[in-house]
Design a protein around this ligand. Sequence first.
Ligand code: SF4
Length: 258
Amino acid sequence: MTDPLAQWYETHGRHELPWRETRDRWAVLVSEVMLQQTQVARVQAVWPEFIDRFPEPKVMADAGVGAVIGAWGRLGYPRRARRLWESSAVIADAGWPEVLTELPGVGRYTAAAIRAQADDEDVPAIEVNIRRVVQRVDGRLLSERAAELASVRLGRGLRGRDRLLALMDLGATVCTPRAPACPVCPVRRRCATRGPLPNEVTARQPAFEGSFRQRRGLVMARLRAESKVPIAELDAEALAALVADGLATVNDTDAQLP
Ligand code: SF4
């Protein structure tokens, strides 16, 4: 008999996401970095053009960090763009490292996600959606390692790439943070809670309106739109933070992308 999760994934998985069509490591890395802190719909709107412009690490490395930060557009958290460019320079110079976490901005999850999706390795990877699903099924909060093992148990009808994407899609579309659709969930028979855990932490993004992040974003928008902007016209504190993060440079009078 077909595994219910595998069956659900075949029918309801988000196979239309553009980065699901590729097995190219670089393209997968770019999508994963974008998805780290940005909603899928916003990444979907930007990723195709971005990967067309920077189809391989050397193209990005040669383009320079300013071009990458500029192309990052309004995805937010532009430090990711800088780290992506740093990764492109490492790969262009010396090839992909044996251990992917050696790349700037690539942690345990992203490294495993690349190996599973691009290299078709049968490795588990835990991001926020998968963690929520496996914890609810197990009925308790889990360490990273325990969650990895639980994901392999829950996705036993699948392997590597398909297991990762099936559990991710289940968490994003059925086992959602506040209103999980338990009656239509393919793993409900195995689920200990059939709802949120009582002690579950639901991370909320801090309010953007009025935040320092918004102030930084306004300065970034000016720098992306104009080659040079007089310092006197910019929020000094936000600009200083961007300079400290390597996202802007200044001379005596003007600021610009690096
Ligand atoms: S039964 Fe409900 S809580 Fe359990 S995994 Fe499915 S959607 Fe999540």
